[in-house]
Design a protein. Structure first.
Length: 197
């Protein structure tokens, strides 16, 4: 039994090494999309930011929707000099109830994001909840993709939020779809500080 397991693992190792040998470094940052109706899209992106910081990389964050809402990640990352943080949204779309203001806020946020992406100063930029701005047509998908294409070669970008546009997913190097299986809010449980925000 042990020899059989060892043989299977050696075969698996050999196949994995062969796959790795066939990959290449494109010499540019990647585009990652975190979407879906489940929780964890932004949390996962912030996990990638921690990974980048662990390697001495520079990180930028532009938040499109969350507005003045105080979150644990915002409080943590704003303490780090390697992270540039811009919260530019005015809150959840059902709170503002003003399409023109939402469009203006999203446009300003994406302008800031484009400046950061082109600058060459960042290894990783998170565009948190930009997919919501795209879903409500506060931003044009072609304009967003053009901005991503114009980024500095060193810069990877993560775009979060449910309902990512198909054109964006087609352009991206990685797309993760968070699927909701169970959610405490649907059981009447209030959002928990330090877990949900």
């Amino acid at each position: 039994m042990t020899d059989d397991h060892k043989s299977r693992m050696q075969d698996l190792q050999s196949k994995q090494r062969e796959k790795i040998a066939q990959t290449e470094d494109l010499g540019r940052g990647l585009i990652l999309v975190h979407t879906g109706n489940g929780k964890g899209k932004s949390s996962s992106a912030f996990g990638v930011a921690i990974r980048a910081l662990g390697w001495g990389k520079t990180v930028g964050v532009v938040q499109f929707i969350k507005g003045k809402w105080i979150t644990g990640e915002r409080q943590f990352f704003k303490k780090l000099p390697e992270v540039t943080w811009h919260t530019m949204g005015e809150g959840f779309t059902w709170d503002t109830q003003d399409r023109d203001r939402d469009i203006a806020a999203a446009t300003a946020a994406y302008g800031k994001a484009c400046d950061m992406m082109k600058s060459g100063d960042y290894d990783l930029i998170l565009l948190d909840e930009i997919n919501i701005a795209l879903r409500y047509d506060y931003l044009d998908i072609t304009t967003v993709i053009d901005g991503l294409k114009a980024r500095d070669d060193r810069t990877s970008v993560i775009l979060t939020g449910r309902d990512a546009k198909q054109d964006l997913m087609d352009y991206a190097d990685l797309v993760s779809d968070m699927t909701e299986v169970k959610h405490p809010f649907k059981s009447g449980i209030k959002a928990q500080r330090g877990v949900d925000f």
